[in-house]
Write a protein that binds this ligand. Sequence first.
Ligand code: GLY
Length: 358
Amino acid sequence: MRQTLKVQISDKKSYDIEISDSGFDKLNRQISEMTEGQRRLVIISKKVYDLYRCDLRFSEEEIFILKDGEKEKNIKNYLKIMKRAIELGLTRSDVLIAIGGGVVGDITGFVASTYMRGIDFIQVPTTLLSAVDSSVGGKTAIDFQEAKNIVGSFYQPKAVFININFLKTLDKRQFLSGMGEVLKYAFIEDNCNYKHSLFLFEFLTLGCEKIMQREPITIIRMIEYCLNLKISVVNQDEKECGLRKILNFGHTFAHALETITKYKKYTHGEAVVYGMYFILEWAHKKEYINYSYYRLSIELLYKYGFKPLKNKYPVEKLIEIMKKDKKASADKITFIVPCAKKQVKEIKLTACEAEGMF
Ligand code: GLY
């Protein structure tokens, strides 16, 4: 099975995303065809390289192996990749290929956007999280001085190839981390202005068993639904001037939680789910949403095995981190809050008001 979606930001900035369960031979062929006549540098996650080196057709010379983990998305690795591109003699007509999760995609995209003022890059996401979120939409970045994604750019890939066979070897925790981002889309569907209703909330409620079994057709459909919503948002607001902020539902709290625990305790998706629990609870208390939608929402998160956060963290510290968030402005903290079924809105709170949420 194969689905092709199109990102169309402008006439010059458009690209295809292919979601498929075909064999790796097909993936190799497609990449070869797309990069014909170009020199290539392939940045690949160490885990993916160890598992799939025999399935992927690249020469040793083309490969740059990046160790796994957020801490690898740093300036040293950025420079190492740059150096390698220069050693290989890559010109502006050549191409970078990212094979891995969000870390590989983000750093490769950032190198691509800055090497010779920009060269092509192709995303081959191998985790659920990168397939439904980070590989699409052109956010590229590295972390610097303990600030996540502080150095980066908006730079769209030339193509995205999502082959769900990579998900077979994803451990359960990483799969569920991706589900955190998938679930997010269910709460924002009506803001995305997609051409028709996808009923993602209902699809995720009814399809839980098949999704957790990673049934291929269901997984392809699920990724397709999420990306239809994301593409619709990105086409309307590439640079996050307005609408795109809704993709940060659950993320204000999530980033604070990840930062306070130094990115070691929770996966990104887990943190997003805790962020969604937090804001759903608050929105219900403030009567932004009614009890029935609140219950349905909590039940949906529960269905996937997610529970509310038990650990307590110092509120002043969390608020301090939220104030430094890229989304904060003029001393106010931005939250994306649910305001009706499948709908959210942006609110800005002072630090004092935000403290009152806890
Ligand atoms: N991950 C959120 C976005 O792409 O805007």
